[in-house]
Design a protein around this ligand. Sequence first.
Ligand code: G3P
Ligand code: CA
Length: 269
Amino acid sequence: MTHARQHTPQVVAHRGASEEAPEHTLAAYKKAIEDGADALECDVRLTADGHLVCVHDRRVNRTSNGRGAVSALELADLAALDFGSWKSRDEEPDWEHRPEDREDTSVLTLERLLELVADAGRRVELAIETKHPTRWAGQVEERLLHLLKRFGLDAPASAAESPVRVMSFSARSLHRVRASSPTLPTVYLMQFVSPRLRDGRLPAGVRIAGPSIRIVRNHPAYIERLKRAGHQVHVWTVNEPEDVDLCVELGVDAVITNRPRAVLRQLGR
Ligand code: G3P
Ligand code: CA
């Protein structure tokens, strides 16, 4: 690490502008688009009746006024819940972007998020993370690709042109995606550096590494190795100014952050 590089990373809003608005709600994604985020990150899970919804946890208890596992609930059950009030109650009493529209804090389907992005009026990319895909033995990826196809996003001419990428901690999930949509970019998320990937390789066919910021802080040489091997590097979750600086210095390609507005400002954008 000798000098800062010219290029600045893409700014990806993690679960939307989730520091300021309740995560994974339309309110959080509208705010991120308003703030100028280059891309939106979302986690997807399958409901009991086969809809992809944007929810991080296995259960809805933390982020709604309901209880139970997403996989045991139907979309209509989820639609009756409030995914917004926990934020003002527990986390951010001054949350200033209180929604006027109930839809803004209802459960968000991936389909609705794709509509929002399509109507953004500028290019906004989408980084979709498959959560617990093993449980569903291919159904998450199948539904995801089916939905992307409806929006004309499942078969980009090339990975570089694709406004959508699929991320996962599961190499098998990414493999399933590539088997059906070979040009759709995939991101292998990492919480630690597995010994067999230490030399900078990624699972077959994956071109983008998604290390945690902890990996970046503790193993900057590994990030340089990934870059030298020709991979893009997308880092999560980058909220502290010094971490943004470190990512810029290492030539990271995307920072995934809960604070897109603050990070864009820091990058002079
Ligand atoms: O963007 C990747 C990151 O979101 C993975 O962690 O737990 O926030 O889904 P998590
Ligand atoms: Ca995620």
